[in-house]
Design a protein around this ligand. Structure first.
Ligand code: 26W
Length: 723
């Protein structure tokens, strides 16, 4: 490893006249690098063997590291993109924060989530190299902070790129800036710290890049956009734009208008969500208090934008929608859209939603800005590392070329009717399931039902992802089993894996509810040998690797229009699970490529959701009309389950039947989609075990090439960065 990255090497500057791209992200969910790096170096099996000769099981190294410097989808996508950039030999470099403590460790106490600090460096950090000589001062109104870069090698076949993470130092209060990865926080102190983190990342990266440019090309910034692209991963690093303008205008005396023009050729913005609560609007008073110079720049920018819109004859209501200053707040998304050369969504339907609703006015005036780049996942971690048997099956029938040119797995589709190949595929899936069962036995002390269908819903816990709807579906099946209605029911295991943000009351209630149902089923001799829920604890990247390889059915059941893309859906597909889900995010593109007939789709689509919102939606009428559904939903309040008097379950029941100040009852349309969901699960149960089901799984796996992050990164390089 050090051959690539000797300890005392200076960081390798990109070639002087070649363009590079910098991916600014406040999260990088890297996970465990040990096995991935050995695999990328092509020595994983050799090292496994050598260690075995010495009596050491290579899994002993699982505990030495696991950098969980992210919350979920956005952060894990960033890590996949870094892997793909190196693998595709592209000059794309990550810039992030080196949190002392990453995503919290999850514990269950009587079914409730508890959080513990994630001390990921307790065995030291074997992968990073501290670059003290490249430290830089970052100024806030109330003091200075030292930003010290750490470089982590991202190993590709012919290239090693550095993921650079900045650590805050200089004083006790300075160090707090990079101490904790922040889930959405709802205290003022937490919000101010979040703002500090965002500026800390932005100024560290922009300061470094501008300085590097001046060193190589002098103070004529006209070529900056030709040599450097900066990708804003959601709105978190958008202050980088203001910092760029601040440096050019105040340190290099570039006229403001010109600086804006240069910035618009440098920065690009990826939107990852339309959830209002995730679209950052910073109160002007926070920015003014912490970053007065940045505040001035943003106001000047807002004034320029407003003048430009007025000059362009933009009607009042469009100006109001697009303007950077929104009342007492600064809209980071509007700042990003105004300043970005390209704006992209992360799945086809999501980009359409950006064009047609969230950023509709901007799309009308600058349509050429908007592009789509559907997400992807690295097949090296999410297939080659976690599912080696399936890889060997591919090698056997189509040779090893696919390992360097992933789209070649499509050749396997020719074997979809070949009984021998399907038999081999089913055997691989069976072996992966046994391995998953062993891993769960080790981690949870739970024995998975033998010969069962394994469903998995593993992702962050959020109401829009509708884990609650899955819980109701399982309850409906439970009650039918109790009544002896499903005589041929094939044993089924539902795996959940999810962390809730610490402050998210309803999500924590849903975790407790699922754990209560799991307990009830496990305690019921009539049902427990046919139905099982396992809520794995502390779901993380390494757990995900085992679950995606060993599961039969991927549950992707978000309310249509709310999951920007999803990436777990792609990992399951790549490993040969069928998708049981709604037409949302990348599910639509998965179904398009694997065939709708090879998946189990249900639920309202975006058009129907919009119509229901328009014409009225009455979940209580639906409950009154459906006894099965009512029986399941009422377990929240009829005493079947208890939440220790914390009020979780009553609140969940009210959210569905009464609503709340900020939303109407059943805001995520669970009552609309639940009946169809149960139907699909019973269809799967009836078909499972037949070769037709194996064939569906097989076709999903061999149709997954499009969802490689290699394809995504190449699209960014072509459509946005122009590398
Ligand atoms: C779990 C709730 C939530 C939603 C959005 C937490 C955090 C966010 C971030 C602000 C944005 C984010 O993580 N969005 C996710 O990004 C993934 C990568 O593009 C997508 O696959 C997911 O659909 C999207 O929710």
């Amino acid at each position: 490893m050090w051959a690539f990255f000797p300890r005392n090497s200076v960081s390798i500057p990109p070639a002087a006249d070649k363009k590079s791209a910098y991916y600014l992200s406040i999260e990088f969910l890297i996970g465990r690098m040990f096995y991935n790096n050995l695999m990328e170096l092509g020595v994983l099996e050799d090292v496994r063997g050598l260690l075995a000769e010495k009596g050491v099981d290579i899994s002993a190294f699982e505990e030495i590291e696991d950098a969980a410097l992210g919350n979920g989808g956005l952060g894990r996508l960033a890590a996949c993109y870094m892997d793909s950039a190196a693998a595709c030999d592209l000059p794309v470099y990550g810039r992030g924060i080196r949190y002392r403590y990453g995503l919290f460790k999850q514990k269950f106490e009587d079914g409730f989530q508890e959080e513990l600090p994630d001390d990921w460096q307790s065995f030291g950090d074997p992968w990073s190299i501290r670059r003290e000589s490249e430290s830089r001062r970052i100024r806030f109104a109330d003091g200075e902070v030292l930003s010290v870069p750490y470089d982590m090698p991202i190993i590709g076949k012919n290239r090693v790129n550095a993921l650079r993470l900045y650590q805050a130092e200089g004083s006790e209060s300075a160090a707090k800036i990079s101490e904790y990865l922040y889930p959405a926080d709802d205290t003022e102190e937490g919000k101010l710290l979040r703002l500090r983190q965002e500026y800390f990342l932005s100024a560290s990266a922009v300061g470094e890049l501008v300085e590097g440019y001046v060193k190589r090309h002098g103070k004529d910034f006209s070529r900056f956009g030709e040599l450097c692209a900066i990708q804003l991963n959601d709105t978190h690093p958008v202050l980088a734009v203001a910092e760029f303008l601040r440096i050019l205008t105040e340190e290099y005396f570039v006229p403001f208008g010109r600086a804006v023009g240069i910035a618009q050729s440098v920065f690009h913005y990826t939107n990852h969500t339309i959830l209002p609560e995730a679209l950052e609007c910073w109160p002007k008073k926070y920015i003014e208090k912490l970053l007065p110079d940045i505040y001035d720049i943003l106001l000047r920018l807002a004034a320029k934008q407003y003048r430009d819109m007025k000059k362009g004859g933009v009607p009042k209501e469009d100006c109001a929608a697009m303007r950077i200053v929104q009342g007492k707040n600064i809209s980071m998304a509007n700042t990003a859209v105004y300043m970005a050369g390209k704006v992209n969504g992360v799945a086809a339907i999501h980009t359409e939603i950006l064009k047609n609703s969230l950023f509709a006015p901007a799309y009308r005036y600058t349509p050429e800005k908007f592009v789509n780049v559907t997400n992807g996942v690295t097949q090296r971690r999410w297939l080659m590392l976690c599912d080696p048997e399936l890889c060997r099956l591919y090698d056997k029938y189509i040779g090893e070329g696919w390992r360097d040119n992933f789209s070649e797995i499509g050749k396997m589709r020719a074997f979809a009717a070949d009984a021998e190949v399907l038999g081999g595929f089913a055997a691989v899936k069976g072996e992966n399931k046994r391995r998953l069962a062993a891993y769960i036995r080790g981690r949870e002390g739970i024995e998975l039902l033998p010969n069962a269908i394994v469903y998995a819903q593993v992702k962050r816990l959020h109401e829009y992802k509708r884990q609650l709807m899955t819980a109701f579906a399982i309850l409906e099946i439970y009650f039918r089993l109790k009544r002896g209605e499903l005589p041929d029911f094939r044993p089924s295991v539902f795996l959940f894996g999810a962390k809730s943000a610490p402050s998210y009351f309803r999500a924590k209630g849903i975790i407790k509810f699922i754990n209560e149902i799991a307990k009830k089923i496990d305690g019921d001799p009539d049902v427990r040998d046919k139905l099982q829920i396992v809520f794995v604890c502390n779901y993380d990247v390494s757990y995900a690797e085992k679950i995606v390889a060993g599961s039969d059915v991927s549950l992707q059941v978000s309310t249509a229009g709310l999951e920007a893309s999803g990436t777990g859906n792609m990992k399951f597909m790549m490993n040969g699970a069928v998708t049981c889900g709604t037409m949302d995010g990348a599910n639509i593109e998965i179904v398009e490529r694997a065939g709708r007939e090879n998946n189990y789709i249900f639920g309202a689509e975006v058009e129907e959701i919009a119509r229901l919102k328009e014409e009225g939606y009455d979940p209580n009428a639906r409950l009154a009309a459906d006894g099965e559904m009512r029986r399941a939903v009422q377990t929240l309040t009829d005493g079947t389950f208890g939440d220790g008097g914390r009020g979780y379950f009553k609140d969940l029941y009210d959210s569905l039947t009464v609503g709340a100040s900020w939303h109407k009852p059943d805001h995520y349309f669970i009552m609309r989609d639940l009946p169809e969901y149960v139907d699909r699960l019973l269809e799967i149960n009836a078909e499972y075990g037949a070769q037709s089901f194996v064939r569906k799984q097989f076709i999903n796996a061999v149709s997954a090439a499009y969802f490689s992050s290699d394809r995504s990164v190449r699209e960014y390089a072509e459509k946005i960065w122009n590398l």
